[in-house]
Design a protein around this ligand. Structure first.
Ligand code: 5GP
Length: 186
C-alpha cells in the first residue's frame, strides 16, 4: 500500500520574531515532525553548527545548486542567499513524514504556490520596538543590519492575509503551545 503523503508546515514571519526559538521548543514535542535545514551563504554566528542550524556553503556552491534546480525556493536577503533544499523535503513528504520549514515570508509564499495544501503559520512580533529590542539583544547583527531587517517588517505584515494562521509571540510558552495545537489539528 502506498504511504499517505506527509504534510508541509511553514513557520514564517519577520526576522527576530522568535521563529527559531519556537522551533527549538516544538521539535522535541513532535517526534513525527522533521525540520528542514536550509542552506545559506552567510557566515555562522557564534554557536551555530553546520548541518544543524544551516548548511553553510559558498556563494559559488549555492549558485551551482540553483542552476541544478536543487532548491524548493531560495531568496537573497541581507546580501546573503538562503534556500530550502528540495530533496530532503520531497523525500520525507513522500515517506509520509511531516516537514517543518522555518523561512522568510517571501519564501513561504513561493512554497505555498507549489504546495497549496501546506499550512502557513505567521509568527507576529508584539511590536516593532520589541523586535528592535530582541534583535539588539541577540547581538549578532550590526545596527545597519537590524534597521534593514526592521524596514522589511511592514511589507511582511501586509502579506499576513495569505497565511492560514497567525501566532502572536509575546509569550514564548504560549506561542509554542499555539503552534503545537495548529500542527496537531492539521
Ligand atoms: P538569519 O540570518 O537570521 O538566520 O535568517 C534571516 C532570514 O532568512 C530569517 O527570516 C529566516 O527565517 C530566513 N530563512 C532561513 N532559511 C531560509 C530559506 O531556506 N529560505 C528563505 N526564503 N528564507 C530563509
Amino acid at each position: 500500500m502506498e504511504k499517505k503523503e506527509g504534510k508541509l508546515y511553514i513557520l514564517s514571519g519577520p526576522s527576530g520574531t522568535g521563529k527559531g526559538t519556537i522551533v527549538r521548543h516544538l521539535i522535541p514535542k513532535l517526534p513525527q515532525l522533521v525540520r528542514s535545514v536550509s542552506a545559506t551563504t552567510r557566515s555562522p554566528r557564534k554557536g551555530e553548527v553546520d548541518g544543524i542550524d544551516y548548511f553553510f556553503i559558498s556563494k559559488q556552491r549555492f549558485l551551482q545548486m540553483v542552476s541544478d534546480s536543487e532548491f524548493l525556493e531560495y531568496d537573497l536577503h541581507f546580501e546573503n542567499y538562503y534556500g530550502t533544499p528540495k530533496l530532503f523535503v520531497t523525500e520525507n513528504l513522500s515517506q509520509g513524514k511531516n516537514v517543518l520549514l522555518e523561512i522568510d515570508v517571501e519564501g513561504a509564499l513561493k512554497v505555498k504556490k507549489n504546495y497549496p495544501q501546506s499550512v502557513l503559520i505567521f509568527v507576529m512580533p508584539p511590536s516593532i520596538a520589541e523586535l528592535r529590542r530582541r534583535l539588539r539583544l541577540r547581538n549578532t547583527e550590526s545596527d545597519a543590519d537590524i534597521e534593514e531587517r526592521l524596514s522589511r517588517v511592514e511589507k511582511e505584515i501586509n502579506l499576513i492575509e495569505v497565511y492560514d494562521y497567525t501566532v502572536l509571540n509575546d509569550d514564548i510558552n504560549l506561542a509554542v503551545e499555539k503552534v503545537y495545537n495548529i500542527i496537531k489539528e492539521n
